[in-house]
Design a binder for this molecule. Structure first.
Ligand code: GDP
Length: 330
């Protein structure tokens, strides 16, 4: 696609007149990019439950977000007014270590195409899903938004983090230069229905649910948990994340990043015991020290979000119980 064909309804002005902030009403045309994934599917469910009538979704078999031209055509045809950018290549610690090239390339392409198409087609507001791994690996805890770009990244997911950082900076640059209203939210570790339960590429929580469930069925004597069990992580149910994203689409118009989490963390060892208990497995837990621990602790400071009036509703136990039910019934 040439530069000429990229001129959209916003024109090529580089003045920074802030756009008028219009409320996202129930008839607004809302595009959820990545609606087949964990986050996008939860945002879609929540929008539908809240009565939004014009939610646009395109299956990945029909629209490949890695193809720039296809993304521009989608925006020209559907004219979305609001965009939730939840499409991304994501994965757990081992997937990030094994496939850094795919993580950086695909995320850079997807987000660049969607953010730029949104600008050229006059989208009123876009919400970009970042990640808590954009923070320095050894930053003080809990992680405040101001620690962004204050130190070295954790190396196990650096490629992914760099792509997400580029997305945040791109949103901020478009806000500054073109007067866009693109916000970036940083969720903590997520889980819930629709998660990836593949043991090689998943995050820890779905992996533990699957490992304990299968060990219970097979009556195995032990379950292997990666690393030392000492790292601490914070877990947010994806339905809570979706509710926070819709809340922020309606109530937050700042270019600075904003954290979404529960404000509570748990060690991997305690998480393993909790999942074991919920699944009803009676064997032993052993640790595989050849696997990486990753960053020692990742807990978000959520005071900014709390001050706006949003709080999570689903406790970790309730969330794991319902996700386990979903896993066994799917
Ligand atoms: P991270 O938060 O980016 O480090 O991603 P993960 O969710 O993949 O891993 C979180 C922590 O859980 C790391 O310390 C892992 O070593 C640990 N962990 C323990 N068992 C597992 C497992 O079976 N799968 C994964 N992905 N992580 C595990």
């Amino acid at each position: 696609m040439t530069g000429d064909t990229l001129k959209g309804t916003r024109g090529s002005s580089d003045t920074s007149v802030p756009q008028e902030v219009l409320p996202m009403d129930k008839k607004a045309r809302i595009y959820v990019a990545g609606h087949q994934g964990l986050v996008g599917s939860a945002i879609l469910r929540q929008l539908q439950a809240q009565g939004y009538q014009n939610v646009i979704t395109i299956p990945r078999e029909v629209l490949d977000l890695l193809e720039q031209e296809a993304v521009y055509h989608l925006f020209a045809r559907e004219e979305p007014q609001y965009v939730f950018l939840a499409a991304a290549r994501v994965g757990g610690i081992e997937a990030n270590r094994s496939f850094p090239a795919q993580f950086i390339r695909e995320n850079l392409l997807i987000q660049t195409h969607v953010i730029d198409a949104a600008y050229h087609h006059g989208v009123r507001k876009l919400l970009f899903l970042g990640s808590s791994c954009i923070y320095p690996g050894l930053a003080p805890q809990p992680l405040k938004e101001e620690y962004f770009l204050n130190g070295r990244l954790e190396e196990t997911n650096e490629a992914y983090a760099i792509a997400k950082i580029a997305g945040i900076k791109m949103c901020q640059a478009y806000n500054r230069q073109y007067g866009c209203n693109y916000i970036s939210v940083m969720p903590t570790n997520l889980y819930g229905p629709g998660d990836n339960f593949d043991l090689n590429t998943s995050h820890v929580l779905p992996a533990l649910i699957r490992k304990f469930h299968e060990a219970k069925i097979r009556q195995d004597k032990q379950v292997v948990v990666w690393g030392s069990g000492k790292p601490r992580r914070e877990f947010l149910h994806v339905d809570d994340l979706a509710s926070a994203c819709i809340f922020l689409m309606q109530n937050y118009d700042q270019p600075e990043i904003i954290n979404i989490g529960t404000g509570k963390d748990i060690s991997i060892a305690n998480l393993a015991s909790l999942v074991k208990n919920i699944v009803g497995y009676e064997g032993k837990i052993v640790y595989d020290h050849s696997k990486p621990d990753g960053t020692p602790r990742k807990l978000l400071d959520t005071s900014k979000l709390k001050a706006l009036g949003w709080q999570p509703q689903i406790t970790l136990r309730q969330g794991i119980e319902s996700t386990y039910r979903w896993f066994t019934e799917k």
